[in-house]
Design a protein around this ligand. Structure first.
Ligand code: SF4
Ligand code: SF4
Length: 341
């Protein structure tokens, strides 16, 4: 295990970013999201969650895929190449690390999404254990340990120090690169810090929410439950829950023409929108109940059916951000998910 004084984190950031992009949670306009580090930027370890998850680094909210230029009878296609430079992402929480595993299942399965795959191949991820999980967190219900967040390197803040351990070859290489800044230490300080975090976790109201009513093979049991009628009523179909979610992966592809140049780009889309997957015959889910049910059945039943894991990671972003306080916890509880909260 390696140690660095928290006050020296900027030296660590400067060393990493000397020859590559470094993404980390940065405050801008009152919100904290992943951004590209510039010398002097400050990392605030008290911020638990970015508004948008780390998904935005590997699967950006909007990205160009190709451009087309027409000039008279000439038509030229210029594909935009996937990322080919190494980069590092710092400060990823355990829930978002698990969220990346869910995205991997989708984007790295055949047919592989080359844009996402290139970012995953070139990105080194440094996670940071959550020092102060919040009341909206329920990652532990999904078997996630926020004190051992995983990724290429995992870090935990222990008093005045931040302690790193590498989990992969990429992680070892990155710690080697900044070895001059780090000193060796044993596990005892990290263990103490993790024990304090676990005390907080044990008191969280949603930490032990019961998911046994959900999971693989539950479609028949849950699809026509009458609770959906009431649950969907308050939903505004705003899509906020899907945009902040680390595992939602739907997107739309459009062309945008200016003069002779057309850019093909893709942007996140939301199954909560009434025009989602609109086709010539209309939409597959014409009413709100169908759209609402789809989101939760997908996360809690269909994804487990297909990939053997839930595609909710208990980050609590939708719990905190839904404008009408409707969220996945209410859905889980309405159909059998009991807890102490
Ligand atoms: S559940 Fe909430 S955040 Fe999601 S679409 Fe409905 S109103 Fe918006
Ligand atoms: S459904 Fe809500 S709690 Fe679950 S991963 Fe998505 S935003 Fe987080």
């Amino acid at each position: 295990m390696k140690k660095l004084a928290v006050k020296d984190l900027n030296k660590f950031f400067d060393a990493i970013s000397a020859d590559q992009l470094l993404y980390m949670p940065l405050e801008k306009g009152g919100s904290v999201n992943y951004g590209i580090y510039s010398r002097g930027d400050k990392y605030d370890p008290t911020v638990l969650h970015t508004v948008k998850s780390v998904k935005d680094v590997f699967f950006p909210q909007c990205e160009s895929m190709a451009s087309f230029v027409t000039a008279g009878k000439k038509f030229e296609v210029a594909p935009i190449a996937p990322v080919d430079q190494s980069f590092t992402v710092f400060g990823v929480r355990a829930c978002d690390v698990r969220g990346m595993e869910a995205l991997d299942k989708v984007f790295l399965s055949d047919p592989v999404d080359s844009y996402y795959a290139a970012r995953r191949a070139h990105g080194t991820v440094i996670s940071v254990a959550c020092s102060a999980p919040e009341e909206t967190c329920f990652c532990t219900a999904f078997g996630i340990d926020p004190t051992n967040p995983g990724a290429d390197i995992q870090a935990v803040i222990a008093g005045e120090d931040i302690l790193f351990s590498a989990n992969t070859e990429k992680g070892i290489a990155l710690l080697d690169k900044v070895a001059d800044l780090l000193s060796d230490t044993d596990d005892s300080a990290a263990d103490d810090a993790k024990a304090s975090i676990k005390e907080i976790l044990n008191k969280l109201p949603l930490a032990d929410i019961d998911l046994s009513a959900w999971g693989e093979g539950k479609t028949e049991e849950l699809f026509d439950r009458p609770e959906w009628d009431e649950l969907c009523k308050s939903c505004l179909g705003c899509g906020t829950c899907t945009y902040v979610c680390p595992t939602c992966q739907c997107y739309d592809i459009r062309d945008y023409k200016v003069g002779d140049k057309t850019t093909r780009y893709r942007c996140w889309d939301s199954c909560m929108y009434s025009d989602f997957t609109m086709a010539a015959h209309g939409t597959n889910r014409p009413d709100k109940k169908q759209r609402f049910r789809q989101r939760f059945m997908h996360k809690l039943v269909y994804f487990p059916d297909r990939y053997g894991m839930f595609s909710c990671v208990g980050c609590g972003r939708c719990v905190a951000k839904c404008p009408v306080s409707m969220n996945i916890v209410k859905v889980i509880k309405a159909m059998g998910g009991k807890n102490n909260g």
